[in-house]
Design a protein. Structure first.
Length: 507
């Protein structure tokens, strides 16, 4: 070994630049067991490497190439790691792990053989969750036909048009797929799904043609399949050099994983053959006179807020509402569409409306956790922003979509009523069962007349600031009988126990 590595100098001492290797070798020799690896974590997302990966000398390869498959895997890996998911490699030439060893398996737009599809069926029947991106018409023919029909709960007797430019609503966003973002090859094309069985829970269709593109199928024993006719990773890989377009796909993977755990968006469900025009939201908030025991607290908060710096993040139209309302309270509020460490450096309060891409949330989370005298208020979380990191920071997880006409609740001695006219209301709860204990640590500030938790407060770490989460958004549901400033005063008073907005810290 010494002849190869040349660890020692002329004085028989380890060379300074190689001391790290000596420490590594010493630690390795003293280990009694190997360190934890992603392969040991059943919650790590399995990225599937197809049985037929190489083209040279493999006459049974159905159409995969190393360049395509490595690109697809990198695309999925990048999105999942941004979302703070661990990943692991699952090789198609080996026996699949059991659901106890691997909960979720993701096929990253590979072309499969009948034996692989049969192995997937066994995995799902045992309770595993399968995400199958990219479907080929060959799956519904020959030896794999019956297996695939059972797996998806659907048949296929024809192929999609070769030049289809598809659009589908999923997870609260519209997704577009070009003709080359389907599995079209010499021996296969993209299938048209039909004849859905009772096991199919939901179907999402192309907005123009009504052709099914996505399907969620539930199986006995807890197994489930989310299948996408488009080759999703091909679409992601096509924009990998364009960070804004690339990072938008985070919401897709977050939406799929949330959907498999029972929290699907209602957009694009089966039966919607074309896009329906969106109705104008008719929404408003009433403030009902009640016990005014919180007047002193709010007055103290209003005084403390004078000239404090607030950064508002959200869609321009909604951010304008928030900036106006917060400024009227004496705050120095400005809006932004991009978060950076520099833009957050001199901010006392971060006010988020609706959605926030994971890359921006990473900056926000680091900013919040680095000092106790900071506060982040999130007003009306959108479905596409849900992630493990967000749940951990908020101390509470989304558990359901609700259809509600109004929400009435009290906080700090004041009663509020929000009249809503929306397709969905995202419910968060510390009471309902969730996957991780830390998603039940938030303090419930308000519960409405239906028993829904609508306002939470959480301090993610001892050295960090306060996270205030409001399920209702006053920016979308404008007040008519009182002002939005009253609601903002209530929210800001939750940033600290005494109702004062923390002082700014220069970094």
């Amino acid at each position: 070994m010494e002849a190869t590595l040349v660890l020692f100098d002329d004085s028989d001492n380890i060379k300074p630049g190689l001391t790290f290797f000596a420490e590594f070798a010493h630690n390795l020799s003293s280990m009694t067991s190997h360190p934890a690896l992603p392969e040991d974590d059943p919650e790590a997302i399995g990225l599937y490497v197809p049985l037929h990966y190489y083209t040279n000398g493999d006459s049974d390869n159905p159409g995969n190439t190393p360049s395509d498959q490595s690109g697809n895997a990198k695309a999925a890996y990048t999105m999942l790691r941004i979302l703070d998911y661990q990943t692991r490699v699952v090789r198609g030439d080996l026996t699949l792990p059991s659901p106890e060893q691997l909960q979720v398996l993701l096929v990253t737009s590979s072309v499969l053989t009948a034996s692989e599809i049969l192995a997937f069926e066994s995995f799902v029947k045992a309770g595993g969750i399968l995400v199958l991106h990219g479907l080929a018409s060959s799956y519904f023919d020959g030896a794999s036909k019956d297996v695939m029909e059972r797996l998806l709960g659907a048949c296929s007797e024809s192929s999609l048009p070769g030049k289809l430019h598809a659009k589908v609503d999923f997870g609260g966003s519209e997704w577009q797929f070009a003709p080359d973002e389907f599995l079209h090859g010499a021996s296969h094309s993209a299938p048209v799904l039909s004849n859905f069985s009772a096991s199919v829970a939901e179907v999402w269709s192309d907005k123009a043609t009504g052709l099914p593109l996505l399907v969620l199928t539930k199986h006995a024993g807890g197994g489930a399949v989310f299948a996408s006719v488009p080759a999703v990773e091909v679409a992601v890989w096509n924009v990998m050099r364009e960070p804004i377009l690339r990072d938008a796909w985070n919401a897709w993977y977050s939406g799929v994983l949330n959907c498999l755990h029972g929290h699907c968006s209602s957009a694009g469900l089966s039966g919607s053959s074309s896009a329906e025009p969106k109705q104008e939201q008719v929404s408003r908030v009433h403030i009902i006179p009640s016990n005014r025991s919180s007047v002193n607290t709010l007055a103290k908060a209003s005084h403390a807020m004078r000239n404090r710096r607030v950064l508002v993040f959200g869609a321009a139209s909604l951010a304008a509402v928030a900036v106006k309302g917060l400024s009227s309270l004496g705050l120095n509020a400005v809006n932004t569409s991009v978060l950076t460490a520099a833009s957050l450096g001199h901010v006392d309060l971060l006010f988020v409306i609706g959605s926030m891409p994971m890359t921006n949330f990473s900056y926000a989370s680091h900013w919040l956790s680095s000092y106790t005298q900071r506060c982040m208020i999130w007003s009306g979380v959108d479905y596409g922003s849900l992630s493990r990191s967000m749940y951990t920071a908020a101390g509470v997880a989304a558990v359901d979509f609700r259809h509600v006409g109004f929400s009435n609740f009290s906080t700090l001695g004041r009663a509020f009523t929000f009249e809503l006219n929306e397709d969905k209301f995202l419910e968060f709860s510390v009471q309902r069962p969730v996957q991780r204990p830390e998603w039940g640590h938030a303090e419930v500030i308000a519960v409405d007349q239906a028993g829904l938790e609508v306002l939470h407060r959480h301090v993610p770490s001892k050295s960090g600031g306060t996270f205030v989460l409001s399920s209702v958004s006053a920016e979308k549901w404008h007040p008519i009988s009182s002002t939005i400033e009253d609601w903002y005063s209530e929210l800001i008073s939750l940033c600290s126990s005494d109702g004062e907005l923390p002082v700014s810290i220069q970094i």
